[in-house]
Design a protein around this ligand. Structure first.
Ligand code: NAI
Ligand code: A1CAB
Length: 289
């Protein structure tokens, strides 16, 4: 299905004499094609076509293999990427933000929409580098975007974008999962809830599988049993709207197996471990020691 904003017409009038080779236009430009950029690109291709997207990546072999796999073209530089797309996703580590923002500084106009993914960079941090008249969306996606089940928290100044741009921003993030808009002051909490937490969910799956492999279940079946249970339980929370505690109570038969396991989890600090993990994640986001 094609994106309804994709008209095939270029977004920017560019100096064709100076930069002839940049005339093929895209809608979304990814700067960085690592874990998160690639996951978003793959997810976005469920509704955007390859011609709508352009990316950059310093590794030539990775560039070529992603192009061959997806049909998405790459730009030769970050500046070229910014010149070829209106929506620019900064999918690079915070440590290289300064370099990348310098690369695109002279290209980015007030027409661009910059989408920043770094957990510790505020909208103000980015506009300080690019110019205070530039428009930035702060976003915290997660890697399940790769399979179209991502969760993204976003934050932006409502007055800075047109209705069509806000629709496009939603459509982009919805193309690889769900999206919620929050106040920027809550973005560090979003990192704890959904940006970093897939790692803990994988640990949960691995640990529970370890627990049952002890009793003779082959590992591949253990992963299937546990992963589908996580998927189904998550769907129950999202689709029934019931309180997670109520859903838990419905599994715990009086005097049964589950309540005995729940008691063991409580005795071993299961909930406390997750709350403490969020505290550490939050501190790292906000720069607190
Ligand atoms: N991995 C995750 O689960 C999530 C990551 N994020 C954020 O997304 C951003 C990217 O993270 P990852 O994809 O995990 O990192 P990564 O290290 O997997 O990928 C970074 C990519 O940037 C490229 N790169 C490095 N220097 C560059 C430059 N000068 N110009 C263009 N590309 C350059 C690298 O070659 C690599 O492809 C980070 O800010 C991270 O905090 C946000 C949510 C979740
Ligand atoms: O670990 C990190 O810093 C990034 C941000 C959220 C997930 N991964």
């Amino acid at each position: 299905m094609a994106c309804r904003y994709c008209t095939g017409t270029p977004y920017f009038k560019i100096d064709v004499n100076r930069q002839k080779e940049w005339r093929v236009m895209a809608k979304i430009g990814f700067i960085g094609m690592g874990n998160m950029g690639y996951a978003m690109l793959k997810g976005a291709l469920k509704i955007f076509s390859p011609e709508d997207i352009v990316f950059t990546c310093p590794s030539e072999s990775r560039r070529e293999s992603i192009k061959a796999e997806t049909g998405v073209d790459y730009a030769q530089s970050n500046a070229e990427c910014a010149n070829r797309a209106k929506y620019i996703v900064l999918a690079v580590k915070p440590q290289v933000y300064d370099v990348v923002l310098k690369n695109i500084h002279d290209i980015v106009t007030q027409e661009h929409v910059i989408i920043s993914l770094a957990p510790n960079k505020t909208i103000e941090d980015v506009t300080k580098s690019l110019g205070t008249d530039k428009r930035v969306v702060r976003a915290m996606p997660n890697t399940p975007a790769l399979v179209g089940e991502g969760m993204t928290g976003i934050s932006y100044d409502d007055n800075a974008f047109t209705f069509e741009e806000k629709d496009m921003i939603n459509e982009f993030f919805n193309s690889f999962g769900r999206v919620v808009k929050v106040n920027e002051s809550l973005m560090s909490a979003v990192v704890c809830a959904s940006g970093s937490s897939p790692a803990y969910v994988y640990m949960f799956i691995e640990a529970l599988a370890d627990g049952v492999v002890q009793y003779g279940i082959p590992r591949s079946q253990a992963y299937e049993l546990v992963a589908q249970t996580v998927l189904g339980s998550a769907k129950m929370v999202l689709e029934t709207g019931e309180h997670p505690g109520m859903l838990k109570d419905k599994v715990c038969s009086p005097g049964g197996t589950t309540i005995r396991a729940v008691a063991a989890l409580e005795a071993n600090g299961f909930r406390n471990a997750l709350i403490k993990a969020s505290d550490e994640c939050y501190k790292k986001c906000t720069g607190e020691k």
